[in-house]
Design a protein around this ligand. Structure first.
Ligand code: PMP
Length: 458
């Protein structure tokens, strides 16, 4: 047990002094004290299997010994800002990160958060294209600065105050909720057991969504497209996948009109999708700008924008970009250790193998229960969308999803939530998770759904 402020006092301080928007997630908020790899411990010593990873932030495991050692070493050597002087940690990190990206994505800008990274990417797109408008999907989440708020279009994150300018949303080609269905899963193992109600040929649906996309390009922003942002799989919106081939065609259309294409890898990068290190690779596209955060520092505040030398030059012509802490020696030491651990422990492959195993297990539950409408995702990024019934696909009411969520917590499993109606469970464990832990998680989730069905029947 950890001795600190009593739980009651923590709640009082939260109510009196902290932002009312700091999400507590459960009616009785969880007070965490310790983490180890894929496990978390609360103030009473209860243990939880962490299948949300601090919103997809813990990549290699809580308090990973190698990452902690790198942080401790740098802590005792030098803390400093990133600007003004040179620090070898930054240069070593830049070399390691750039080696993981294809040509010509070789110029790195380091920031502290995903929002900052996406802000900078917006600036680059405008500086390079000399245009204004940036397009993003409905359902996208790209950050919480005034500019990225405008790019974000998911539920309560859509800002109602004037923020940035020149952002335009376009239909999200969501194969589960979208009007034309479609399939992202032709080469997914889940296909074999999926009762897929989408069009037999996913390309047909993709073409319909592309027509919609063209409509946005031709009517709303025809004369001034600066860029197009896309997450390879939408995270906050509930692990939403697009029809196969959509992004490739969308990128071509944007480029034909003078815009640049930006992949937001904040949740999908660093091997989480298993088959590839970056999410954009799973779509067979090459973006002009890639943004990354969260898993990059295994929970330490750190983020990056990677782009081409040409785009970096365009930015330099417009502004002297400066960031006091972005890429400071502490962050870079940690970032380097994270990259080493991913490689040494073969975590991308673990993500592929254990993720596929997990996808298949949850897909079986989808076939068993009427209220599990869809199971989707790739690697260790899985979404379980809850519905009233499979025919209507109406979202399961929020209170019912809350109850299942709460029951999982009481049985020792933490999962995330997502989607406009908060109807989708997000299952995104640290990349070091094992198959027995997945078995435990699936059993807990199944038990929570059964409890729910029993309550409903009463
Ligand atoms: N992009 C995506 C895809 C995200 O999920 C998030 C955070 N949820 C951000 C950007 C913003 O990152 P940050 O909270 O570090 O500013």
């Amino acid at each position: 047990k950890y001795q600190s402020l009593p739980y009651r006092r923590v709640l009082e301080i939260y109510q009196q002094h902290l932002s009312p928007m700091q999400t507590a997630y459960f009616p009785q908020p969880l007070l965490l004290h310790q983490g180890h790899m894929e496990w978390l411990f609360d103030h009473e010593g209860n243990r939880y299997l962490d299948f949300f990873s601090g919103i997809v932030t813990i990549s290699v495991g809580h308090c990973h010994p190698k990452v902690n050692a790198a942080a401790g070493k740098q802590l005792g050597r030098l803390w400093h800002t990133s600007a003004v002087f040179f620090h070898p940690q930054i240069h070593e990190y830049a070399e390691k990160l750039s080696a993981l990206l294809p040509e010509p994505l070789k110029v790195i800008f380091l920031t502290n958060s995903g929002s900052e990274a996406n802000d900078l990417a917006m600036l680059m797109a405008r500086a390079h294209s000399k245009n204004t408008h940036i397009i993003s999907f409905r359902g996208a989440y790209h950050g919480s600065s005034p500019h990225t708020h405008d790019l974000s279009n998911v539920g309560p994150f859509k800002m109602t105050l004037p923020g940035g300018v020149g952002c335009q949303s376009t239909m999200c080609p969501d194969v589960f909720r979208g009007p034309w269905g479609g399939s992202h899963c032709r080469d997914s193992p889940v296909q074999t057991i999926r009762k897929c109600s989408c069009a037999p040929d996913c390309c047909q649906a993709k073409d319909q969504y592309i027509e919609q996309f063209k409509d946005t390009l031709n009517t709303s922003v025809a004369k001034s497209i600066a860029g197009f942002f896309a997450e390879p799989i939408q995270g906050v919106n509930g692990v939403v996948q697009y029809p196969k081939g959509f992004l490739k065609e969308a990128f071509e259309l944007v480029r034909e009109r003078g815009g640049v294409c930006i992949a937001d890898e904040v949740q999908t990068g660093f091997g989480r999708l298993g088959s590839h290190f970056w999410g954009f690779e799973t779509h067979g596209v090459l973006p002009d700008i890639v943004t990354m955060a969260k898993g990059i520092g295994n929970g330490f505040p750190m983020a990056a924008v990677v782009t081409t030398a040409e785009i970096a030059k365009s930015l330099a012509k417009c502004v002297l970009h400066f960031n006091t802490f972005g890429g400071n020696p502490m962050a870079c030491s940690i970032g380097s250790a994270v990259l080493e651990v991913i490689k040494e422990e073969n975590l991308q492959e673990n993500s592929r193998e254990v993720g596929t195993y997990m996808l298949l297990k949850f897909a079986k539950l989808r076939d068993e229960f009427e209220i599990i409408g869809d199971v989707r995702g790739k690697g260790l990024m899985i979404g379980i969308e809850m519905v009233k019934d499979k025919t209507s696909r109406q979202p399961l009411p929020r209170e019912e999803v809350n109850q299942i969520h709460e029951d999982c917590r009481h049985m020792g499993l933490l999962v995330g939530r997502g989607g406009v109606f908060s109807q989708t469970f997000r299952v995104v464990p640290p990349l070091c998770v094992t198959k027995p832990e997945v078995d435990f998680a699936v059993e807990v989730f199944r038990a929570a759904v059964i409890q729910h069905m029993e309550r409903r029947a009463k």
